[in-house]
Ligand binder design. Structure first.
Ligand SMILES: *Cc1c(COP(=O)(O)O)cnc(C)c1O
Length: 429
């Protein structure tokens, strides 16, 4: 039987490459037909066949208060009624900048942009502009958006410069990007000893969410902080995913480490396109129009998007919000782990704030290589078994999951029930 999802997907592929506007949505990794979403509410969304799913991606993070939260929707409607975009400053942008600086103390000044890619790309340019250096360090498995300098994987040898992960990225760009192992402070020490005076910046996801969930060790981040300070390099925390997701103050508030610059996105737009980069005032003062580092955006600080972001930032400051969110996420991963164990499946899970990882492996991975060694085939079978049962996890083995404040006990327990039956199916296959 051909479903409405199949029909839409076939049509989409005629006019859009792969039928999607962002690759992971195409289900290439898990196989099958992507679900076309028609509406979403609270912890659920519905597809083109009107089937309901419990949503564990929440737009890859932004839907932290649940879909179509009435307060956020009202804020968007009110803002829209006053005009959609002006290309001139608004009070909303001032309020949002003040709010971000207050919630993330390492950010003394901030600039709003429209995507995480723009935020990290601009932070990188600022770091290079401020230091007068070209080389950057990133870590295998971290994703920082799709700017040329950041679509790079490790080269053949330790401390050799990287290879592009996309066609169309000039070798001339990637030759400035050194890719090191996540959670390997010794390697970082070696790199700085070798060429510390040439490094403009280190960019890192302090809680990695793009190779499934992998937490940094405190030692990894503190070594990074110390070396950047010692060699005059800029430390950039890419908290596009972890910001306002793992805690109100982001991963930096959990680890107690102060980066020079931070990139934000996802949650701060509450589902509309807002992202930001900010940090030390002396660095941010080097941005145009005050300084020499150029960056701009027609829709930056868009009034409707800022309204959605501000409404969301207010909702997550309700006392107990993160305690509740963390408890629900923990309930989920503990339930999933117990369900897998009862069927003898090699499975583990990890969580931090409203973010979680599931791994078909005996132990929680600490870096990209360990993550890649987990059982992808098993994940794919589990993914489809859960999808059949109305639970939507990220359609790829190496992605993190997200819980919203609307995922209450009943919602989580229904997911665990579904998982029990899915693991049983897996154990028999
Ligand atoms: C999502 C993400 C980005 C890119 O953000 P876009 O808005 O998709 O451009 C950058 N860094 C991290 C850590 C992300 O999770």
């Amino acid at each position: 039987m051909t479903s409405n999802n199949d029909i839409l997907f076939a049509r989409a592929q005629l006019t859009t490459p792969g039928g999607v506007n962002s690759p992971v949505r195409a289900f290439r990794s898990v196989g099958g037909t992507p679900r076309f979403v028609t509406r979403a509410h609270g912890p659920y969304f519905w597809d083109a066949d009107d089937k309901r799913y419990t949503d564990y991606i929440g737009s890859w993070g932004p839907a932290i208060v649940g879909h179509a939260h009435p307060v956020v929707v009202q804020a968007v409607q009110d803002a829209a009624a006053n005009g959609l975009s002006f290309g001139a400053p608004t009070e909303g942008e001032v309020l949002m900048a003040e709010e971000i600086c207050r919630l993330v103390p390492s950010i003394e000044q901030v600039r709003l942009v429209s995507s995480g890619t723009e935020a990290t790309m601009s932070a990188l340019r600022l770091a290079r502009g401020a230091t007068g250096r070209d080389k950057i360090i990133k870590f295998e498995g971290c994703y920082h958006g799709h700017a040329d300098s950041l679509l790079v994987k490790a080269g053949s040898g330790l401390l050799t410069f990287g290879n592009p992960t996309s066609a169309g990225v000039p070798q001339d760009f990637v030759k400035h990007t050194l890719v090191l192992d996540y959670n390997n402070p010794e390697q970082l020490e070696d790199a700085f000893r070798d060429m510390g005076d040439e490094i403009a910046c280190v960019i890192v996801e302090p809680v990695a969410g793009n190779m499934n969930l992998i937490k940094a060790t405190p030692e990894f981040l503190s070594t990074m902080r110390r070396l950047c300070t010692q060699y005059g390099a800029i430390l950039i925390f890419d908290e596009v995913m972890s910001g306002f997701r793992v805690a109100l103050g982001g991963a930096q508030s959990i680890y107690g480490i102060v980066p020079d610059l931070t990139a934000l996105g996802k949650v701060i737009g509450g589902g509309l396109p807002v992202a930001a980069f900010g940090g030390r005032a002396d660095l941010m003062q080097q941005m145009s129009p005050v300084g020499a580092v150029y960056q701009a955006g027609t829709l930056s600080g868009n009034p409707v998007a800022v309204a959605a972001g501000m409404a969301t930032l207010k909702l997550i400051q309700v006392p107990g919000f993160y305690e509740g969110l963390s408890a629900q996420t923990l309930r989920l991963v503990q339930g999933l782990t117990a369900a897998a164990e009862s069927h003898g499946i090699a499975f583990c899970a990890d969580a931090i704030g409203g973010m979680f990882g599931m791994y078909f492996s005996a132990q929680v991975p600490v870096n990209f290589a360990e993550m890649m060694a987990s059982d992808k085939t098993r994940f794919n079978t589990f993914f489809h078994a859960m999808l059949d049962r109305g639970v939507y996890f990220a359609p790829a083995a190496f992605e993190a999951g997200f819980v919203s404040a609307q995922h209450d006990d009943a919602v989580i327990d229904a997911t665990i029930d579904a998982a029990r039956s899915a693991f049983e199916e897996l154990a028999l296959s």
